[in-house]
Design a protein around this ligand. Sequence first.
Ligand code: GLY
Length: 290
Amino acid sequence: MNVLERVLDFASEAQLDRKSCLVTFGGGVMTDLGGLAASLFKRGIDVVHAPTTLLSQVDASVGGKTAINLAAGKNLAGTFHQPRAVFCDTDTLTTLTDADWLSGLGEIVKTAWIGGIESLNLLEESAAQLTAKDAGTVASLVAECIWIKARVVAEDPREQGARRALNLGHTFAHAIEKAAGYGTLPHGVAVACGLGLAFALSDEIGHLANATDRERVERLLAALGLPRTLAELRERFDVTLRADELLPAFAHDKKGSVGKPEFVLPTRPGELELAVRLEDGVLAAFLAKR
Ligand code: GLY
């Protein structure tokens, strides 16, 4: 909130007017914060994003969601404000830390599932080159993810329905990040674990059509070096994430009403159920096993 105020004061001191355009340069925090400031300043000025992390190139910069965090949870104060343009220079990715690189991969796996069978096949075929950070592979996968996301957002820009698909893995991820303490885990790493949990839950409560799809996504996450379970997260990062720590963290999920989290669950490649609520006790029992 303080930084938002500073950005707005800067816009004012720089005498930006309704015809000005704010340009953001950085990762998802920058595009979310800059997008929010642009949407508020003088009731809205243009924004252009130049995202420099894998996560912000494949996800955060595209689609017009802006936000800052509140004490109660991530991204709880924000607006929809579409950028006039997004410029991704994949050369900026060559200096990312390992954690930021991994974080982007989590969102790529999510997007490939949403894209359907061909995107999933493409990602599986490219996994080795992606892990080796082959420049051509990275650039074409970033482009593929943006096209998939742009199609979903164009259908439902304000997340009344279809766009909820992009929250696959995120109900778990937001609870994991909150319970671990914000800043402890990179967002996309929490998303990767959230994907593993969403596939396991969907399989166990009978929503996933083929159990082999769960194995397929688990293999893909592992091939990209991403954690698939809470146990793997605990092993690799300094987090406890016991069920009793996680359960209260689901209370502020933006997709459901307060206290009633909703899950996006996979059914078939490219297909999802968008608002699954669980019977009392199911979530606690599910988390206790992980
Ligand atoms: N990152 C999810 C969305 O843009 O809807």
